[in-house]
Design a binder for this molecule. Structure first.
Ligand code: FAD
Length: 310
């Protein structure tokens, strides 16, 4: 059995594995896809002390760094079920899709999240070529350009306010007849001169020139007419879904499905910790996930040294 078993190989899981292994304890990491969301990213310019890198490069560095330590790396392994220990200090069990089962004294859950997609033609083709999901990450790349934000909930309106300070013009597109964001955000949005809000609109296509985005098409849901909006960037803000479906019966989740953690990264179950985008941590970013993974590993170690000797 492992002392620390990490599930998920993104920035949070990699940091957790390194911090655990450096304590000289038996550490394993199982991941469906080592590297996580970083693999789907192109330019990364907010990984502090590294002014510019690219997703696949950072993902390779994560794996290389983990492999410098005595860590049992199990890539391409999907966890399907978690059975928490029956008593304090007992072994937790994780069942994998391949039928194997792993046991560990402590667990660190870092299965990340995925952005909900619009599912329209052009979205996949122009991902990272104008179609973006993270305003904190990619906003500055659109300085002085025209963008749209899809989604009028809190994250969409926050993104529009954020981007309006950087880009030339923002078109906010909402499917419903009203924005769903908090009133205070809507009031702030209404004061911004370079934002146009279009409601009752369904985005139907991302247009490109073969290389990058040049516009989008939306359908006016009241009149059935189609309209084109020329622009350079589209920020899709229709939800970030945590990869926690497999944890429903094992640890406490928030109404949005995020793993509830305390300041030490511990979940509702003793000896089970969590970190990164899969949790209730307020902001979802690489440096934040790494910090959280480190916190979770140190907390797991702290838990282990307090267990009575067998
Ligand atoms: P993830 O990176 O999501 O990793 C989750 C890991 O868990 C993966 O290895 C996955 O395969 C694995 N996993 C999931 N389910 C299971 C399962 N059931 N069993 C086993 N393994 C499982 N952040 C920045 O700071 N700067 C940026 O410039 C930036 N740009 C981004 C651009 C894009 C297009 C995207 C999508 C995100 C971007 N982000 C950026 C956000 C950043 O990538 C995430 O905040 C970060 O990767 C979260 O790390 P994580 O380890 O919590 O989760």
């Amino acid at each position: 059995a492992f002392d620390v078993l990490v599930i998920g190989g993104g920035p949070a899981g990699a940091a957790a594995a390194i911090y655990a292994a450096r304590k000289g304890i038996r550490t394993g990491i199982a991941a469906e896809r080592f590297g996580g969301q970083v693999l789907d990213t192109m330019a990364i310019e907010n990984f502090i002390s590294v002014p510019h890198t690219e997703g696949p490069k950072l993902a390779a560095h994560l794996e290389q760094h983990v492999k410098e330590y005595d860590v049992d790396v199990m890539n391409l392994q999907r966890a399907e079920k978690l059975i928490p220990a029956r008593q304090e200090g007992g072994l937790h069990e994780v069942r994998l899709a391949n039928g194997a089962s792993l046991k560990a004294r402590t667990l660190i859950l870092s299965t990340g999240a995925r952005w909900r997609q619009m599912g329209v033609p052009g979205e996949e083709q122009y991902r990272n070529k104008g179609v973006a999901y993270c305003p904190h990450c990619d906003g500055p790349l659109y300085k002085g350009k025209r963008v749209a934000v899809i989604g009028g909930g809190n994250s969409g309106v926050e993104a529009a306010i954020d981007l309006a300070g950087i880009v030339a013009h923002v078109t906010l597109i909402e499917y419903d007849s009203d924005l769903r964001a908090d009133a205070v955000l809507q009031r702030k949005l209404a004061t911004l001169p370079n934002v146009k809000v279009i409601t009752s609109a369904l985005t139907t296509e991302v247009q490109g020139d073969g290389e990058k985005v040049i516009g989008l098409v939306y359908k006016d849901r009241n009149h059935g007419t189609s309209h084109e909006v020329p622009l350079e960037g589209i920020f899709v803000q229709i939800g970030l879904v945590p990869n926690t479906e497999w944890l429903k019966d094992a640890v406490a989740l928030s109404p949005r499905g995020e793993i509830e953690i305390d300041a030490r990264g511990e979940t509702s179950q003793r000896g089970i910790f969590a970190a990164g985008d899969a949790t209730t941590v307020p902001y979802k970013q690489i440096v934040i996930a790494m910090g959280a993974g480190s916190t979770a590993a140190l907390s797991a170690f702290d838990y282990l040294i307090r267990l009575p000797a067998e």
